[in-house]
Design a protein around this ligand. Structure first.
Ligand code: C2E
Ligand code: MG
Ligand code: MG
Ligand code: MG
Length: 291
């Protein structure tokens, strides 16, 4: 590389491009076998209800432990999986894992634990998406009302009619639809009109600036008000500080997510209420048999 760069910069650039293209092709090939090889994992991030501070559910976030590259972040491999179509199979796997986990948690807690799963446009235009969701709900025993499917405004770059039809059919099953990263699209208000939705998730970029004196507080207040008047639930994403938390409380935001409340972690690492609630219910035998 050093040798050729001495002669001609264009060559270096071309070689760099080739490498990037090669590594992309390799990743796409590796992704095809990632599910079967057990390299994918689902991490779970809590969603809290701000008034009570209680965890009402979790969002499923996909992780890929690549055998040689280490942990590949979703923002790097999901676009590749969308391009290759692998996202359809991967997405089914995530739905199966996440609904089964939420059903287990709900049984353990003795109350409904909700689960949110992100869906790509490619999954929504797949003919089988409704059957897939219906099937995973049936297999897990999770009530449909406990499943939220998160989509970004980017799903509308695909066949809009097919996407909207799928979303309506999915809602017909009783699952909820959330518009993720709300406010970052070019035309968020018109998407709100076109997409059937139950939940709006305010993008982290707005939440980050809360309390800093800029316009974000007014914008977030307006989104919350808009959601309320459209009868939509609202979730603030990416809450990291007590100050952001306090502002959201003052704005009467109903739900939030963020590192302040909990990072995405494997299911087994969740400090889950079921363990705390169950333990004190059984006094040890020594306490019970006092003569
Ligand atoms: P998203 O659905 O908007 O998920 C929120 C992202 O913000 C997650 O990144 C999460 O780890 C991160 N996050 C949460 N709280 C905080 C915080 O307080 N501060 C900061 N800085 N970040 C926070 P992650 O896990 O890297 O996922 C990135 C995106 O990848 C997701 O954005 C979603 O669009 C996509 N994705 C993840 N899992 C799946 C999946 O199973 N299927 C599909 N289609 N997309 C997925
Ligand atoms: Mg999401
Ligand atoms: Mg989001
Ligand atoms: Mg996001």
């Amino acid at each position: 590389l050093a040798k050729s760069s001495g002669k001609n910069r264009v060559v270096v650039y071309a070689e760099g491009m080739e490498l990037a293209a090669q590594s992309k092709a390799e990743l796409i090939t590796d992704l095809d076998s990632a599910v079967a090889a057990g390299q994918l994992a689902v991490h779970y991030q809590p969603t809290v209800e701000l008034a009570e501070g209680a965890t009402t559910g979790y969002e499923a976030l996909l992780r890929w432990q690549h055998p040689t590259r280490g942990l590949v972040p979703p923002l790097e491999f999901i676009p590749l999986a969308e391009e290759s179509g692998a996202i359809v199979e991967i997405g089914r796997w995530v739905l199966t894992e996440a609904t089964a986990q939420a059903a287990r948690w709900s049984r353990g807690a003795g109350r409904p634990i909700d689960i949110a799963v992100n869906l790509s446009a490619r999954q929504l235009i797949d003919d089988d998406v409704v059957a897939t969701v219906r099937g995973t709900l049936a297999a897990s025993g999770l009530p449909a009302a406990q499943l939220t499917l998160e989509v970004t405004e980017s799903v509308l770059i695909e066949d809009v009619e097919a996407v909207v039809d799928s979303l309506r059919a999915l809602r017909g099953l009783g699952v909820r639809i959330a518009i993720d990263d709300f406010g970052t699209g070019y035309s968020s208000l018109s998407y709100l009109r076109r997409l059937p939705a139950d939940v709006v998730k305010i993008d982290r970029s707005f939440v980050q600036d809360l309390g800093s004196g800029g316009r974000s507080t007014t914008l977030v207040a307006s989104i919350i008000e808009l959601a309320r008047s459209l009868d939509l639930e609202v979730v603030a994403e990416g809450v990291e500080t007590e100050e952001q938390h306090a502002v959201l409380g003052r704005l009467a935001c109903s739900h939030a997510q963020g590192y302040l409340f909990g990072r995405p972690r494997p299911a087994a690492a969740q400090a889950f209420p079921a363990q705390v609630e169950v333990a004190p219910a059984h006094p040890g035998p020594l306490l019970a048999v006092v003569p």
